[in-house]
Design a binder for this molecule. Structure first.
Ligand SMILES: Nc1ncnc2c1ncn2[C@@H]1O[C@H](COP(=O)(O)OP(=O)(O)OP(=O)(O)O)[C@@H](O)[C@H]1O
Ligand SMILES: [Mg+2]
Length: 306
């Protein structure tokens, strides 16, 4: 395990931008994400519509909801992979996809074959090369300054996420938690202003969930990076959250966790009785939240939208 305290390196992370707490008045940063009456369709099905959401610069927002409701689809829309079916969507003040170099992305369901020989640092380098799925091309010797700069930046983010001890090992030999940290380093390597993270705590045990949540929370708070994170369990990130978006079949509600994760709001959103319980240690348990039906037939039905 690395002994580096990530707190000491957060300043390095934002070297290209305004410090998180600058002296004197600063021009307002445009919202990281803004949705007005947004809707999305896959095939002939409308997943959700009429969604209003604003993620301020430097805010940490969680996207919650049952399986299949369209959380990953929201992230893909913000990346510009899927166009909105309705409404207005802006990402860092631009149309989705236009601010790609200012956005870091961690896709859902990342698994590396145990026999994969590519090293952790090469995985991080893919974020720098802008080609996450290919094999990094060697930089010709005449660009040695650029090569050195890239190597330094990779080492910097690897250290930031506490992965120095295993980053040179083949990724297939790293544990799920170690792979996750390296992928977060990949998302961070281009010094993004906005992180879009699709279930980064997936497949981690409780203590690693807490550690990765704290890492992301501190990158947000101390480096001023805006975070939109899809999560299945809000509890590991509750302490860091500014806002949550709860997506149900058809629509969504956004607001503070205290306002949204309540018996009343979730029952109204889902249209069935849902109970929110708070345990003695402050964890939230949502009881009776319906799972979205696996609507496979509706993809073949014309006009089957909601
Ligand atoms: N390209 C596509 N064509 C048709 N249907 C799609 C496509 N992509 C996604 N879907 C469907 O859209 C729905 C929402 O998918 P999405 O991946 O956004 O769900 P999710 O909320 O992220 O679920 P999970 O919690 O399981 O990750 C699912 O029913 C999925 O099968
Ligand atoms: Mg998903």
């Amino acid at each position: 395990m690395s002994t580096v305290n990530p707190a000491t390196r957060l300043g390095d992370l934002v070297r290209h931008r305004v410090p998180a707490q600058p002296a004197g008045p600063q021009p307002p940063r445009s919202p990281a994400v803004s949705l007005r009456g947004a809707g999305v369709r896959v095939g002939s099905r409308t997943l959700w519509s009429g969604v209003d959401l604003e993620v301020g610069a430097g805010e940490f927002v969680a996207v919650l909801g049952p399986n299949g409701v369209g959380k990953s689809t929201l992230i893909k829309m913000l990346l510009g992979i899927l166009p909105p079916a309705a409404g207005e969507v802006r990402v860092l003040g631009e149309a989705p996809g236009r601010a790609g170099h200012r956005v870091g992305y961690l896709p859902q369901r990342r698994n590396f074959d145990a026999s994969l020989r590519i090293r952790g640092t090469d995985i991080v380098r893919l974020g720098l090369d802008g080609d996450r799925w290919g094999v990094p091309l060697p930089v010709p010797a005449r660009f040695s300054a650029r090569r050195r700069e890239a190597r330094d930046r990779i080492a910097e983010v690897v250290e930031l996420v506490g992965a120095s001890a295993y980053a040179h090992r083949p990724i297939g030999e790293c544990s799920g938690g170690e792979q996750q940290r390296l992928l977060i380093a990949q998302a961070l390597v281009r010094d993004p202003e906005l992180l879009l993270l699709d279930e980064p705590l997936d497949s981690l045990d409780l203590s690693h969930q807490g550690a990765v949540a704290a890492l992301i929370g501190r990158i947000c708070r101390e480096a001023g990076v805006s975070v939109v994170m899809v999560a299945h369990d809000v509890n590991p990130i509750l302490a860091w959250l500014d806002r949550v978006v709860y997506i149900a079949e058809g629509g969504a509600v956004a607001g503070s966790p205290q306002d949204v994760i309540t018996t009343q709001t979730l029952s109204r959103l889902y249209g069935v009785p849902v109970e929110v319980l708070r345990t003695s240690d402050g964890r939230l348990v949502v009881v009776g939240q319906p799972e979205a039906p696996a609507l496979h037939t509706d993809r073949h039905v014309e006009g089957g939208g909601t």
